[in-house]
Ligand binder design. Structure first.
Ligand code: ADP
Ligand code: MG
Length: 260
């Protein structure tokens, strides 16, 4: 279908989906009764005990909780790295639990950007080459998009530097550029400032915040550092595999104001 009729139908769908309230299209991530248990019998570890959660597209969500509360497990399940023991996970309209290995790999490549505590850059490649490696993986050749991703985190002037010649905060921003170059729908950050001091940590938080605000990308940031929660649109608190708290923050502080 094309021409005026197609345009008309599209307009009608637009109107219908923006008529009010959260529509399925506004929900980037949906978890329904998600359980993750490692091992079984007496040695079973209940990492997630039935999580129900909807995260809106474009939200900057901070997940707090002590070590062992299930934060990393939650990220791994949303990112399609591990399957849930039971329950359903839907991201960007795809129900992960129905995907086969090949489709899951495609999902991770196309939709998900991961950022971890340790940056895992290739030490023998420059900042630009580290980003370009991932760009090539998703079929994007040529340096333009990799340079643009470095620019988005304020590092285009460091493109030719090797990781060993960069600060921890700069390396983490290269890791963010590497995640962004895939243009993922969601960005999953697991303790991204865990090994950084306040000043470099703020630079990383600013870079993440900017990508959420300028691209409408959904960002889920996991941390045990409750000071970071101030900049979130929404704060979730986990404990012993359960969601203990879920609150919206209509007026989050700027990443530059975060302090610890
Ligand atoms: P957090 O990130 O909040 O520290 P995790 O999600 O890493 O918590 O872990 C939640 C619980 O699940 C912990 O008790 C942890 O020991 C356990 N766990 C995590 N991964 C595994 C695994 N691969 N095998 C067995 N137990 C695990
Ligand atoms: Mg963890």
């Amino acid at each position: 279908m094309n021409g005026p009729l197609a345009a008309h139908v599209e307009a009608a769908i637009e109107t219908a989906t923006h008529a009010g309230g959260a529509t399925p299209a506004d929900v980037a991530i949906r978890l329904e009764r998600v359980v993750k248990t490692y091992g079984d019998g007496e040695v079973a570890v209940h990492a997630l005990r039935g999580i129900d959660l909807e995260i809106e597209a474009g939200q900057f969500v901070v997940v707090l909780g002590p070590s062992g509360s299930g934060k990393t497990t939650l990220m791994n399940l949303i990112g399609g790295i591990e399957p849930p023991t039971s329950g359903r996970i839907t991201v960007a309209g795809r129900e992960l639990t129905t995907l086969d290995d090949r489709a899951l790999t495609a999902y991770r490549r196309a939709e998900v950007g991961f950022i971890f505590q340790f940056f895992n850059l290739v030490p023998t490649l420059t900042a630009l080459e580290n980003v370009a490696l991932v760009a090539e993986l998703v079929g994007d050749r040529g340096p333009e998009s990799s340079l643009a991703a470095l620019r988005a985190v304020g590092l285009d002037d460091r493109a030719d530097h090797f990781p060993g010649a960069m600060s921890g905060g700069e390396q983490q921003r290269v890791a963010i550029a590497r995640a962004l170059v895939k243009r993922p729908t969601i960005l999953l950050c697991d303790e991204p400032t865990g090994s950084l001091d306040l000043e470099t940590g703020r630079q990383v938080l600013s870079a993440l915040h900017r990508t959420s605000r300028t691209s409408g990308r959904t960002v889920v940031l996991v941390t045990h550092n409750s000071a970071i929660a101030g900049m979130a649109d929404r704060v979730l608190r986990m404990g012993s595999g359960e969601l203990l708290e879920d609150r919206l923050q209509p007026q989050p502080i700027a990443p530059e104001e975060v302090t610890w």
